[in-house]
Design a protein around this ligand. Structure first.
Ligand code: 3PG
Ligand code: MG
Length: 420
């Protein structure tokens, strides 16, 4: 990487503004918000330990949810400070505000090695607007900056882009944290020159979310295995009937183009040959977003190339899981992003779990390098207890996809180049 590393900084007794991605899932329990998955916090510990050992005064900035500029109590980072303290085994101070007197006083009270977490930067709409005055208030807090928030690096916000630009303009150094470096290494360099065969497994709901990633990976991969609702757009493009499955009829042309590119480049492009279907029945109720809640009735296997008119495809079938498993077993490099079906529902989780097991086994026994693109695939691996058995799991969702598309991440671009 051509950016400065946190290891390069001289931080002793210096305040360092560290952007982390603590946008973690939370749940209310007995009137208190608790962190239900601390992976993103855990993954920043190496950077924080390094900074603390070297005597930095650590000021953490983060966002939680999308409060859209309002002080939303359920989106306070206070419970995250408690969780971080528990995980790192030292006190973590908390400031009720991310800028202004409260934040500045709390920062001024830090001694070498101390850690302070600032309140949710998105309590200000100026954060997402990347407002220069607000970025200036953040930048006042420190002369050095570290970005360890890979998951938020695709956002050009004040805490990820504006503040480091201002700190750099004042002559301060802005560096990548250790997690950021690992993310860029695995999603970047390792996939740039993969050991072959390189097998890509892509799932999830929409082709439109992943078409640019598919296009780029088609230049590198030996095989692409498709699952999830996304498969139905490819099937539509092949002239199949997809019933009530979530397909994007207006994306058939891009699906067709991807399959054509695969054929020309000799990339094996596999679609499910069987699936688990169910019949969606309207319950008459709506969810929080106002969408009708469907009861998925009568789950069953379907081997017919067409999905019956009243049915919806919700998982890959056993035959597909077996075929995909064989291709995965032969891989030297694996990249997986997106579940094979509606895995949150146990009735439609078998396909995703089979892929998770196959990826873990190829890593453990076959010595393959396995890189997981974040989001739901990480959730599925953890749910199956296999999280520790792959080479790398990204903490990014949207950021991983944008990075894999070859886009420049504003949070990375704002960091200081190594030569300087
Ligand atoms: C995420 O969880 O995707 C990142 O923290 C970024 O959050 P955002 O999508 O709300 O910008
Ligand atoms: Mg997101």
């Amino acid at each position: 990487m051509n950016k400065l590393s946190v290891k390069d900084l001289n931080v002793k007794n210096q305040p360092v503004l560290v952007r982390v991605d603590y946008n973690v899932p939370m749940e209310e329990k007995d009137g208190k918000m608790i962190v239900t998955d601390a992976t993103r916090i855990q993954e920043t510990l190496p950077t924080l330990r390094l900074l603390a050992e070297r005597g930095a005064k650590i000021i953490l900035a983060a966002h939680l949810g999308r409060p859209k500029g309002k002080r939303e109590p359920s989106l306070s980072l206070r419970p995250v400070a408690a969780k971080l303290s528990e995980l790192i085994g030292r006190p973590v101070a908390f400031a009720d505000d991310c800028v202004g007197e409260t934040a500045e006083k709390a920062a001024a009270a830090l001694k070498a090695g101390d850690i302070l977490l600032l309140e949710n930067v998105r309590f200000y709409s100026a954060e997402e607007a990347n407002d220069p005055a607000f970025a200036g208030k953040l930048a006042r807090l420190a002369g050095l900056y570290v970005n360890d928030a890979f998951g938020a690096a695709h956002r050009a916000h004040a805490s990820t882009e504006g503040a480091p630009r201002l700190i750099a303009a004042r002559g301060g150094q802005c560096a990548a944290g250790l997690l950021m470096e690992r993310e860029l290494q695995y999603l970047g360099r390792e996939l740039e020159n993969p050991a072959r065969p390189f097998v890509v497994i892509l799932g999830g709901a929409k082709v439109s979310d992943k078409i640019n990633v598919i296009d780029r990976l088609l230049d590198k991969a030996d095989a692409i295995l498709i699952g999830g609702a996304m498969a139905y757009t490819f099937k539509l493009a092949q002239g199949r009937k997809t019933g009530q499955s979530l397909a994007e009829p207006d994306k058939q042309d891009v699906a067709r183009a991807a399959m054509e590119k695969a054929r020309k480049r000799g990339v094996q492009f596999l679609l499910p040959s069987d699936e688990i279907i169910a019949t969606p029945v309207d319950t008459g109720k709506v969810n929080k977003k106002g969408k009708p809640i469907m009861d998925l009735q009568h789950p069953r296997a379907n081997n017919d190339p067409d999905v019956p008119a009243e049915a919806q495809g919700l998982d890959i079938g056993p035959e597909t899981a077996r075929r995909y498993g064989e291709v995965i077993a032969g891989a030297r490099t694996l990249f997986w992003n997106g579940p094979m079906g509606l895995f949150e529902d146990a009735r439609f989780a078998a396909g995703t779990n089979a892929v998770a097991r196959a990826v873990a086994e190829a890593t453990e026994r076959g010595g393959a390098k396995s890189i997981i693109g974040g989001g739901d695939s990480v959730k599925a691996l953890n749910q199956a207890g296999l999280g520790g058995k792959v080479t790398f799991m990204s903490t990014g969702g949207g950021a991983s996809l944008e990075f894999l598309e070859g886009r420049v991440l504003p949070g990375v671009a704002a960091l200081t180049d190594q030569s300087k």
